[in-house]
Design a protein around this ligand. Structure first.
Ligand code: AMP
Length: 466
């Protein structure tokens, strides 16, 4: 995954936030908003503000708390500003990270643009090649710059029509928050693969990847941006344009409900926490086991473990303590480093596990490293048996639409059967939630979601490398 460019895999995890209104400090509001989206990306962050004529921005690598000091936020606080966007991103390691940090800011004939994008375009290379042939310049590796140049190319059209061109040309996943000619723009791809919602705080309009960011800044959730919908917010309020019919063959990434979104977020009027709770209940029905305690993998398995425990009538017991000062282990490149990081991050309470039959619940197995180390740790702490229950189906195929996952040759379920994985991780039993059980929990049909990571059905196109 290091130094990935659009010529190979470009998989990013991101959060976007935007605000339009008269706040004492829009930069500060954006800072708090994007802070609540930190779980969507931990490698770089940026904020851009505009008074309608000029854009000021600051970007850096690291966590939001590292990038934005009080001084930076004060520098970005200008009394005339009316619109802001912010972004947090998991990017590839190395020097390219800062170049690709967002919002991407550009000046063109009609004024300034600051663009924050969550999701991946799967035809970015083709769009880029076509634009380069016409003389357009690119400064980053990022698929997001394609959107910027499509807008530049269509500068003589109005903003609605120019954004219509984006929808016509771009394939894949995009939830955008953008400053465009002094307006705040929100745009979601026609399948609505990544979430995007609208909120309001007094007279200030907000757009955010997740509703948890609205709660943090004291805003009310108004509604989700619809798939294929363009939102334009300016002094006259909010205008909505349907730029494309909703795609019927796929939709929201189901992994947002399983793992990615924060449990206190609501997507499509459904609480993420409650969906995970239902997945746990369903899992208990599908894969019961005689045990003494149900323990979550913190924090990813917690909501499902509560559901499992209630449905199975086995006590929910916290047995693994998280060191909250360690960043997510998943992103560490070296296998050996990952194993030590699991131990750094999660530590057992021996008194909880001694002589117990444990149901260990997590949301997913990706490489299998985390669960294997945890079983080892729990058995060392005295557990008699460890039964693993996973609140999603086997993760067999990489995501091309904005969640960072390894290649298939690093995905445990792509390589091995559940029985083989069970033996390899030294579990006493292993069960995954079925796809039908997952759909029953979240409600709806297969085609209401993108579930390519479980089914290999890449309805929005695989990455095209030509
Ligand atoms: P692994 O060791 O690769 O099997 O990691 C599985 C753990 O990583 C589970 O606890 C998941 O909650 C978590 N996880 C799943 N997908 C991702 C992702 N895209 N980014 C970071 N962590 C993830």
């Amino acid at each position: 995954m290091q130094n990935a460019t659009i010529t190979d895999k470009l998989r990013e995890e991101c959060g976007v936030f935007g605000a339009f209104g008269k706040e004492a400090s829009l930069a500060e509001l954006a800072y708090y908003g994007v802070f609540s989206l930190q779980h969507r990306g931990q490698e770089s962050a940026g904020i851009a503000v505009s008074d309608g004529s000029s854009i000021a921005s600051f970007k850096g690598q690291g966590l939001i708390s590292d990038v934005f000091t009080k001084e930076v936020i004060m520098d970005l606080t200008r009394s005339n500003d009316k619109v802001a966007v912010a972004h947090t991103r998991y990017s590839t390691a190395g020097a390219k990270g800062i170049i690709n940090a967002q919002p991407l800011v550009a000046q063109y004939l009609n004024g300034g643009i600051a663009l924050a994008h969550n999701g991946n375009l799967v035809n970015a290379k083709k769009i880029r090649r076509d634009l380069e042939k016409e003389g357009y310049l690119f400064q980053t590796d990022s698929d997001t710059e394609c959107i910027l140049n499509i807008l530049a190319k269509n500068k003589y059209r109005g903003h609605v029509s120019a954004l219509g061109e984006v929808v016509r040309l771009a394939e894949g996943a995009y939830s955008l928050a953008m400053i465009y000619d002094g307006k705040l723009i929100g745009l979601r791809d026609p399948a609505g693969i990544r979430p995007l919602c609208i909120g309001k705080k007094n007279d200030t309009w907000i757009i955010a990847s997740e509703s948890c960011a609205l709660t943090t800044v004291g805003a009310e959730l108004v509604r989700d941006v619809e798939p294929g919908e363009l939102i334009v917010i300016d002094e006259s309020g909010l205008s909505s344009y349907i730029l494309s019919d909703r795609r019927q063959d796929g939709g929201l990434c189901i992994f947002e409900y399983i793992y990615f979104a924060r449990p206190d977020t609501t997507i499509n009027n459904k609480s993420v926490y409650l969906q995970r709770h239902k997945m746990g209940q369903q899992l208990a029905k599908e894969a019961p086991v005689e045990a003494d305690i149900v323990t979550p993998v913190p924090d990813s398995g917690r909501s499902a473990a509560v559901g499992y425990s209630q449905a199975a009538n086995i006590p929910f017991t916290e047995g693994l303590i998280k060191n909250r000062y360690v960043a997510r282990t998943f992103i560490t490149p070296e296998q050996s480093e990952r194993e030590i990081k699991v131990r750094l991050k999660l530590s057992p309470i021996p008194e909880v596990f001694k002589d117990k039959r444990v149901v260990l619940v997590d949301d997913s197995i990706v490489r299998g490293t985390t669960i294997k180390s945890l079983i080892n740790i729990i058995k060392e702490a005295g557990a008699k048996e460890v039964h693993v229950r996973i609140s999603s189906p086997p993760y067999v195929s990489p995501c091309y639409y904005g969640i960072d996952t390894p290649d298939a040759d690093n995905l445990a379920a792509a390589l091995y059967t559940p029985e083989e994985i069970m033996e390899n991780i030294d579990a006493d039993s292993l069960h995954y939630l079925s796809l039908d059980g997952l759909l029953k929990s979240v409600g709806g049909e297969k085609t209401d979601y993108c579930n390519a990571c479980f089914t290999k059905n890449y309805f929005a196109g695989r990455i095209k490398n030509e």
